[in-house]
Ligand binder design. Structure first.
Ligand SMILES: *Cc1c(COP(=O)(O)O)cnc(C)c1O
Length: 394
């Protein structure tokens, strides 16, 4: 019997307000569907050069070794770790959420002698705590997450970076969720190895990981005694394709790179400062509205990420039920909590294209109605009014 033809791809319309992916601009979709050329075509090589130039602007760096690794954000994490770590090297990983845990796992697999310092989910590290840990274990590399998407907490980096360098170590930073949403000043903060992803505040489909390495990090890589444990992510070869001899390494995901190129153009067209302000403004409007609905943030004021709003689920409200209702009845995706806060928090993303005032209003309206249906008695109109007011008051 002839098997029946499966239905064509026809995804439902969603408003992506979870922890990523975020909504995509039509211009990025158009770039994605442009004709594929060869990975060594002169046109494509120019695209790569332009991409590196734009990535340097977005990372606020002059680092020569700045490119997009093929693979999602986690491949950027892996690329940074395996290129800096040789078996037996000591690495300190700061763990206050799921992605710090993942980094420690990656470092262990890379053969590092890993020490972790840990904080409760939602808390951040003080410079003193880092100083103490660095002094104790004298690591080659310190790994830390800038924007912990699992908890919604923002980790300041500038002072920590100074402490790490004063101790003669390198700092490796996860900027998957922060890049394009809040300042990531690679040169000013003196960060050595930084990775990001495409599908958070850059609003591009998942599939690439922007990375940048300081001259000090490149020197450490050049002085390695052993080969990088991953063939695919070995920067000594990947960089030849992006910069030097243009030697074939792998068949680049050409169209994904077109998409990121256009997404970066959009970021720079808007301007970094404007973009950061937009993320902040929509976060403040959402926060005011949520407060009116009786919903509190799980991260203290001053440490909250504007692009990832982690809030406590009100008492007596069923996590999965409300998220299902938001998705099915309103087409809105939000995220649930991870790890120890599973079932206790929601994660509401306002990333990239999704960070839009109309999305804030739609979410408040939908969530307010869901809560009332579930037996609460919240004032949806008031929530919308305060969100609008925050917008008009700048
Ligand atoms: C999403 C995310 C990652 C992982 O990226 P993938 O694209 O899912 O591989 C790593 N770190 C942080 C902070 C993230 O938010």
């Amino acid at each position: 019997m002839k098997p029946s033809l499966l239905p064509a791809i026809s995804p439902p319309r969603r408003i992506l307000m979870g922890p990523g992916p975020s909504d995509i601009s039509p211009r990025v979709y158009a770039a994605l569907s442009a004709p594929t050329v060869g990975h060594l075509d002169p046109y494509y090589l120019k695209v790569m050069d332009g991409m590196q130039e734009m990535l340097r602007q977005v990372f606020q760096t002059k680092n020569e070794l700045t490119l997009a690794v093929s693979g999602t954000g986690s491949s950027g994490m892996e690329a940074c770790v395996v290129n800096l770590i040789e078996p037996g090297d000591r690495m300190l990983v700061c763990v206050n959420g799921v992605f710090g845990m993942r980094m420690a796992d990656v470092a262990t697999r890379a053969g590092a002698e890993v020490t972790t310092i840990e904080k409760e989910f939602g808390e951040i590290f003080s410079p003193e705590e880092i100083a103490e840990a660095v002094e104790k274990c004298n690591p080659k590399v310190v790994g830390i997450v800038h924007a912990e998407t699992s908890t919604g907490a923002l980790q300041p980096l500038e002072e920590i970076s100074k402490i790490v360098h004063d101790a003669g170590s390198l700092i490796l930073v996860d900027c998957v969720t922060s890049l394009g949403g809040i300042p990531v000043k690679v040169d000013e903060w003196n960060l050595d190895a930084v990775y990001s992803g495409t599908q958070k505040c850059l609003s591009c489909p998942p599939g690439l990981a922007p990375v940048t390495f300081s001259p000090q990090a490149v020197q450490v890589m050049d002085e390695r005694k052993s080969k990088v444990a991953s063939w695919y992510l070995d920067m000594s070869m990947v960089r030849q394709y992006w910069g030097g001899s243009r030697a074939y390494h792998d068949t680049a995901p050409i169209n994904m790179n077109y998409a990121l190129y256009e997404a970066l153009r959009l970021v720079l067209e808007e301007g970094l400062e404007n973009r950061f302000q937009r993320h902040m403004k929509n976060h403040l409007a959402l926060k005011a509205g949520l407060k009116e609905l009786g919903i509190e943030y799980s991260v203290p004021e001053g440490q909250q990420l504007p692009m990832l709003n982690s809030v406590f689920i009100p008492d007596g409200i069923d996590d999965a039920q409300i998220r299902k209702q938001l998705l099915n009845d309103y087409g809105i995706e939000i995220g649930g909590g991870l790890g120890p806060v599973k079932g206790k928090t929601w994660r509401i993303g306002l990333m990239g294209v999704s960070s839009e005032h109309s999305n804030v209003i739609q979410l408040l309206t939908a969530l307010g109605q869901c809560l009332n249906q579930a037996g609460k008695n919240v004032d949806v109109k008031a929530a919308i009014a305060v969100a609008h007011a925050v917008r008009s008051n700048g």
